[in-house]
Design a protein around this ligand. Structure first.
Ligand code: TIU
Length: 225
């Protein structure tokens, strides 16, 4: 028998069936959060992202304690770049030494298995959690995420990660069109642009929750405890 949890949320309460839920932790990678990775190469101020790590760690611990399935995504390309579109490779009009696949301070930028491509210690995966490499912004594009979720009967997604308006929002919209009920954890996501993050939280919940729900990590953790 499944346990239903009511999470106080925007724009109204979110009903979460615990056995049909997954936590999707999106791209909490050194490549985005630390100097010498992809985010830095694109000229971003990395400090804005760090703030979401303590709430994300709290959310992750609460979901583990509640027995919720956990997926960690990583934006990553194969070493031979065979999964990198020319359009993405050239975007930004960056010099060769800053492009995807170039050697940076933490190894090759945005390449699978390189030190910078790994997940930061604060929210590191543990045994039994799904690791998902994705070549795009959305976690459903060119991955096995949809069949994996369906095979486990998962219908509800708690979503956290970076960056809010790029990989997180794209994934939430993709999930929405695939029939998943999604809640974006508002302080467990971060953007290089605080105004973009604020706008995403509003556009998700506007029109009666056109894309889904939002709630902060403390609220989700309290509901799960
Ligand atoms: N640049 C930026 O904001 N984000 C990305 O390129 N990827 C993710 O959001 N993970």
């Amino acid at each position: 028998r499944d346990v239903m949890v009511e999470v106080p949320a925007q724009p109204y309460a979110y009903s979460l069936p615990l056995r049909k839920a997954a936590l999707v932790m999106i791209d909490f990678q050194k490549d985005f959060l630390c100097e010498g990775g992809f985010g830095g190469a694109l000229g971003n101020d990395l400090s804005h992202l760090q703030a979401c790590l303590p709430p994300a760690a709290k959310l992750l611990a609460a979901c583990r304690a509640a027995g919720i399935a956990v997926v960690h995504t990583m934006e990553a390309h194969k070493a031979d770049l065979s999964d990198l579109h020319p359009a993405k490779a050239c975007r930004g009009n960056l010099p060769e030494e800053l492009r995807i696949g170039a050697v940076g301070a933490m190894g090759r930028i945005l390449i699978r298995g390189e030190p910078g491509n790994g997940i930061v210690d604060e929210v590191a995966p543990i045994e039994g959690e799904k690791l998902l490499y994705k070549p795009g912004k959305g976690a459903f594009y060119a991955t096995d995420l949809e069949p994996w979720l369906h095979s486990r009967g998962i219908s509800h997604l708690l979503i956290a990660g970076v960056t809010t308006e790029v990989c997180v929002q794209t994934t939430m919209r993709e999930a929405n069109d695939r029939g998943f009920e999604c809640l974006l954890v508002s302080d467990a996501t971060g953007s290089y642009f605080p105004a973009f993050k604020a706008a995403v939280l509003q556009m998700v919940t506007a029109q009666g929750g056109i894309v889904g729900w939002t709630a902060d990590a403390d609220t989700v953790a309290a509901a799960l405890s």
